[in-house]
Write a protein that binds this ligand. Structure first.
Ligand code: ADP
Ligand code: MG
Length: 269
């Protein structure tokens, strides 16, 4: 059984079905992509996995246990870590202190006895933002702030790492380094589940990809197969090999405009 198993999850907000009978897995040692147009339900899936959103129906199993009734902090304590699409760092603290707080909260009373500075600086170095250690978190570039989010999350030593659009704000070199870091984390046994619009990154690092459209998983599999799937091309990648539409993938970054699902009706035929 996979480390994380999302089984037949439905989330309704009033009349809106944000997630519709979605089933997918993420497993230790693998990088799993969760992709799809804006509004497809990706962040809502993350909220269900982390306990911020109760599913209307369905089940989340983690390490073989049904965790539907676990509160957020219990899930975090058992190794489910997460970064947010909107940045959540403490703006008035330095970059180093942001990570130190996360580290100390995770370590509990023991961390008061053990100096955390070495671990914290090693984490900053690992994500590539050591040079910003002494700066206030509200003064650093967006890309750096995303990497700070990752360092804060890694301070809790997650077994399952959920990343919501982690590469937005990173330049090309930072994105490449970030991809390598994800591979290293997976190599160490972490299960990485990533929502991401940068298709070059997704296609190059993911072992498996699940595609959401209007809350439903419309395709799952290895990158090449998912990319070639006409349903995925139509719903998300913005073109179809069968109907001859034009791709909207920008040539430099491979960033998908993310306007598939909801905006399809606006595309002239
Ligand atoms: N708290 C909420 N209340 C009402 N509707 C919501 C809420 N959160 C998300 N939605 C709706 O659910 C759908 C999925 O949203 P979301 O999970 O944020 O999509 P994604 O992350 O794929 O862009 C959207 O139609 C969104 O407007
Ligand atoms: Mg989202």
């Amino acid at each position: 059984m996979a480390l994380l198993d999302v089984d037949d999850v439905v989330v309704r907000f009033g009349g809106v079905t944000a997630v519709n009978e979605a089933s997918f897995t993420a497993d230790s040692g693998l990088i799993t992509g969760l992709i799809g147009p804006n509004g497809a339900g990706k962040t809502t899936c993350f909220n269900v996995i982390t306990g911020l959103q109760k599913p209307t129906r369905g089940k989340v199993t983690y390490r073989g246990r049904n965790i539907n009734h676990w509160p957020v902090h219990k899930r975090a304590g058992h190794g489910i870590g997460r970064t947010f699409q909107r940045l959540e760092a403490f703006g008035s603290l330095t970059v180093r202190d942001n990570v130190r707080v996360a580290h100390d909260i995770h370590g509990g009373v023991l961390s008061w006895l053990r100096p955390s500075a070495a671990n914290v600086d090693a984490l900053l170095d690992r994500v590539g933002i050591a040079e910003y250690a002494g700066e206030r978190a509200d003064s650093i570039p967006t890309g750096t702030a995303r990497l700070l989010e990752l360092a804060r999350c890694l301070a809790s030593d997650p077994k399952l790492l959920l990343l919501d659009e982690p590469s937005s704000g990173l330049d090309e070199a930072e994105t490449d380094a970030f991809g390598e870091l994800l591979k290293d984390l997976a190599g160490e046994g972490c299960a990485v589940l990533m929502v991401e619009h940068d298709m070059d990154l997704v296609m190059s690092v993911c072992d498996e990809i699940h595609v959401l459209d209007f809350g439903q998983i419309i395709a799952s599999g290895q990158p090449a197969g998912v990319r070639a799937d006409p349903r995925v091309q139509r719903a998300y990648l913005g073109y179809s090999e069968t109907d001859g539409d034009t791709a909207v993938i920008e040539p430099v970054t491979g960033q998908v405009a993310a306007t598939g699902g909801q905006h399809r009706a606006e595309v002239p035929s």
